[in-house]
Design a protein around this ligand. Structure first.
Ligand code: ZN
Length: 200
């Protein structure tokens, strides 16, 4: 198929197409918008990407992505260091922060155990998690992992790993989503919600 544009714009489109949520068609549309709004959009975006690319690093304490190490959250004195929230990925940490769900500290595992994908304990940031708990400040570890088989396998593994340290280990409730209607829930969710019912 013949190219409509020169190689520079084709390259922009190809790179945009690799962004999650964008396919080739959306990438083409996005590229065209960027080019049309060169001053308002393309130039500031290019500058923001250049700066981010230079300054982004991974927090050596929690595994969050930021431009400082320790990260903004780890340096925040208002966070409660006695509650440690364990997540699979930075995206989950950001989701919990958007929801203002906790004032605890975080620990990013960098994945979950998966026999199918060949992910073992050595592939996760477990040593640093154990080291943080061993310091004795943490009183509760909240396993905020996905309600998938791999997520729950990992939750069990971490629970056993932390058992010698005498910390309380909790996990997120599984059940009826806020605003959810019972009739629309799958059987697994409904059964879990019934098992984890709470007193009013
Ligand atoms: Zn951090």
């Amino acid at each position: 198929m013949a190219s409509v544009t020169g190689p520079e714009i084709e390259r922009l489109i190809q790179l945009l197409a690799r962004v999650p949520g964008l396919g080739p068609r959306s990438a083409r549309r996005a590229a065209l918008q960027l080019i049309k709004k060169r001053e308002q959009l393309l130039a500031p975006l290019a500058e923001a990407m250049r700066v981010a690319n230079e300054r982004i690093l991974t927090c050596s304490v929690c595994g969050n992505v930021d431009t400082s190490d320790p990260c903004t959250l780890c340096r925040d004195p208002k966070r409660d260091p006695t509650v440690l929230v364990v997540v699979e990925d930075v995206a989950d940490l950001w989701a919990l922060e958007r929801a203002q769900a906790t004032m605890g500290a975080y620990h990013v595992l960098g994945g979950v155990l998966s026999a199918l994908d060949g992910v073992g304990p050595k592939d996760l940031d477990l040593d640093r998690l154990v080291a943080r708990v061993a310091e004795g400040v943490v009183k509760e570890v909240v396993l905020a992992l996905n309600a998938t088989v791999d997520g729950q396998t990992t939750a069990h593994y971490v629970t056993e790993l932390l058992a010698p340290y005498g910390v309380k280990v909790t996990r997120l409730a599984h059940g009826v989503p806020v605003g959810g209607e019972l009739d629309y829930l799958d059987e697994g969710t409904l059964a879990a919600a019934m098992r984890q019912r709470t007193a009013l």
